[in-house]
Ligand binder design. Structure first.
Ligand code: ATP
Ligand code: LTN
Length: 345
């Protein structure tokens, strides 16, 4: 990102909206992450001030292998770029490199209610899934996410459907804080786009496709080889019907229709029309092929980028520098408002 985009703006620059989003490096990215989030981001960078972070502080709410976490962090960064995010136009950084995120999270913890965090669906799901590690970080995860968003005076947060509730709590926290101290934070809005906003597991289509699923056949990874992608779609759970139409209780087919539509860039209605009179077997083959084609350039570009660690390092170093400057401005305002004595250096 050019300097002027991170600095206070004037004229036309002032009209730009600020966009912030992030992905956890808690595993390898899935087709759900891609169709629900990443894929929609490059188009936004032409007209907005875009900031994308690899949110590694969030990932340790679940136990991670340190070496794998380090590797996955660079992989996610490479995949951002491979998906079309241009480091010259957008600000890309690793969350732990900007201490303001953890600092603001502490303050906002004191403006977030136990009751509202208890209602978060992701907390309920994850505390069931990781019953032996229901740590405080898992509980306050949405406060850290609110800090990510609010530090940059964000207007829009492009995410998948599952994160809507978290963006809403960020709005609530911002409004509460502004209500006490005056207008400190911009009030962000979630941006949930297209048929890819809610991709389900291929093995259990009532659940979301998640990179931390134990079952390898539940997800397609961005880095999967074409033959693996085809095999996973061939095995995808459907139902006893045969027509490629959406319907109540047809979660598997509904999901494949959403995936095909998102991958081929058409509406679910167009997908149904295209496959009228064709069976599930033929449809699954077509979904697999469409996904292979969409992911191929992303996989190849990611591989090239991962071979150039020096370039990635340069991108995240510059990103951290610019992000820290922007974040520090908001943090300073917050510290002043709550009554902290000004830092002497
Ligand atoms: P984890 O399984 O480790 O909790 P995750 O796969 O849900 O992670 P995140 O890093 O939490 O991935 O999400 C990154 C982005 O991808 C978010 O915007 C989220 O809404 C989106 N996303 C994740 N899973 C899906 C899905 N199945 N369908 C659509 N969007 C998704
Ligand atoms: N919780 C998000 C990841 C995330 C995020 C953010 C997304 C952390 N901070 C800020 C948007 C904006 C998730 O996808 N699970």
């Amino acid at each position: 990102m050019t300097e002027q985009n991170a600095a206070p703006q004037n004229g036309a620059e002032q009209q730009k909206k600020t966009v912030f989003s992030g992905v956890q490096p808690s595993g390898k990215l899935t087709l759900g992450n891609y169709l629900g989030a990443l894929r929609n981001w490059p188009a936004m960078q032409e007209e907005n001030r875009c900031i994308f972070s690899v949110v590694n502080l969030h990932s340790i709410t679940v136990r991670q292998d340190p070496a794998a976490l380090r590797r996955q962090t660079l992989e996610v960064l490479a995949q951002y770029i491979a998906c079309g995010i241009d480091p010259e136009k957008s600000l890309l950084f690793i969350q732990s490199h900007v201490p303001a995120h953890a600092e603001l999270a502490w303050v906002l913890n004191c403006y977030t209610m136990f009751g509202e965090l208890s209602r978060m669906t992701q907390f309920k799901d994850k505390s069931q899934r990781y019953a032996d590690n229901i740590n405080a970080g898992l509980f306050t995860y949405p406060v850290l996410m609110a800090s990510d968003i609010l530090l940059y005076q964000t207007d829009l947060v492009p995410v998948g459907q599952d994160q809507k509730q978290h963006v809403e709590i960020a709005r609530d926290i911002a409004q509460r804080f502004n209500g006490v101290y005056g207008p400190v934070f911009a009030i962000p809005e979630p941006l949930i786009q297209g048929p890819g906003a809610k991709i389900a597991s291929l093995a259990e289509p009532t659940k979301k496709m998640s990179k931390s699923d134990q079952n390898q056949n539940a997800f397609v990874l961005l880095m999967d080889k074409p033959e693996d992608i085809m095999r996973k779609f061939k095995r995808a759970v459907t139902d006893s019907g045969s027509q490629v139409v959406r319907g109540e209780g047809k979660d598997g087919v509904n999901n494949l229709i959403a995936i095909y539509s998102a991958a081929a860039g058409c509406s679910p209605e167009q997908t149904e029309a295209e496959f009228a009179g064709k069976g599930y077997g033929e449809f699954k083959q077509a979904v697999g092929e469409a996904v292979v084609e969409v992911l191929r350039p992303v996989r190849e570009q990611t591989e090239r980028l991962l071979a150039d660690k020096a370039y990635l390092e340069q991108v995240y170093a510059e990103g951290a520098r610019q992000a820290a400057r922007a974040a520090e401005r908001t943090l300073e305002k917050v510290y002043k408002k709550v009554g902290f004595v000004k830092k002497p250096f």
